[in-house]
Design a protein around this ligand. Structure first.
Ligand code: NAP
Length: 286
């Protein structure tokens, strides 16, 4: 029986997950398809229940369903509980289990692509959504000293910090700043070892296309810059950081690694990340 997996989100026009997973299944010789399941919010229930069919491996979950899907699942793995959001559903026996592979995906990209050891470092995260939560947790687990989360909505970013507090050991401080206030600019210029953009600013085809999430002149060569945006392959923030001599990485590596982790959860096998990376480059025309 051909196995089925796919991505649940709305809208899904620009998703390149099907290209990446087709490469992974092909390289592993697994008979499986990966589909785009465009799911408006009022149809989420039915879509999730369909995953209980014998041919379904599971699904990836993206905007706007990462939190809404939680009550529709039977169980959640630890990391998904900590983050409060699910990006991967695994069909295990008669259960649907929620996971979050963004934490492992970011941690691997930071370690393997950027060769960055976060232990004792000062990190600044832009954005306060689901990806920011995943990145903050990965940095807590890696032993960062200060994690500064910068958001547009004080209530939302404060809640993120409060939610992460019980997971934060004594050597780590998680704190926040309001985007409109200049204090984070000082931290960025004077102290940050790592800047992670967890907003969509700079995404190709969006109304912020071509704009770096922060201007180049605020980036010091000492700061490693990580942009979760992966389209275009060299994002405006990555180009800005490189123009200042700072090491910079776009979100393509994390995208592949978090997908590889979903693949491992569905199949029990390690994914061929080189084949997935090539599929990503082909899809982006890079
Ligand atoms: P999300 O939950 O919608 O959060 C987005 C965050 O960005 C929110 O805090 C939002 O602020 C902020 N934001 C949006 N537009 C902004 C702007 N113009 N200026 C300043 N802040 C802005 O989305 P998410 O799931 O966290 O994803 C965030 C980004 O990461 C997306 O581009 C997504 O594609 C990318 N991502 C990449 C990977 C990867 O593997 N590379 C994995 C996950 C996510 P408000 O709260 O005020 O709206």
């Amino acid at each position: 029986m051909t196995k089925r997996a796919g991505v649940i989100g709305h809208p899904l026009t620009h998703s390149i997950s099907p290209n990446i997973f087709a490469a992974a299944f092909g390289a592993a010789g697994i008979d499986a398809t990966y589909e785009k399941w465009d799911t408006p919010p009022d149809t989420l229930d039915g879509r999730v229940n369909a995953l209980r069919g014998a041919d379904f491996l599971g699904a990836n979950v993206t905007i706007p369903h990462k939190e809404a899907i939680v009550p529709l699942l039977d169980e959640r793995a630890d990391v998904a509980k900590k983050i409060g959001a699910v990006n991967t559903v695994v069909h295990e026996g008669d259960k649907l289990v929620g996971h979050n592979t963004d934490v492992a995906g970011f941690a691997r990209a930071l370690r393997e692509d950027a060769n960055f050891d976060a232990k004792g470092k000062y990190a600044l995260i832009l954005g306060a959504g689901g990806a920011a939560r995943a990145v903050a947790l990965a940095l807590i687990e890696a032993g960062a000293s200060i994690i500064y989360v910068v958001g547009r909505q004080p209530k939302k970013v404060d809640k993120l910090v409060v939610d992460l507090k019980p997971l934060t050991p004594s050597g780590t401080t998680v704190t926040w700043a309001y985007w409109g206030d200049g204090s984070f600019l000082r931290m960025l210029r004077e102290e940050a070892h790592l800047l992670v953009n967890c907003t969509p600013v700079g995404t190709a085809g969006s109304d912020t296309a071509g704009q770096p999430a922060v201007p180049a002149d605020l980036i010091e060569p000492r700061t490693t810059v990580f942009d979760l945006v992966y389209n275009p392959a060299e994002t405006p923030l990555v180009a800005a950081a490189r123009s200042r001599g700072a090491p910079a990485f776009s979100g393509g590596g994390m995208l592949v690694y978090q997908a590889a982790e979903s693949f491992r959860l569905w199949t029990g096998q390690d994914a061929d990340v080189d084949a997935m990376r090539q599929a990503l480059r082909d899809a982006l025309g890079a």
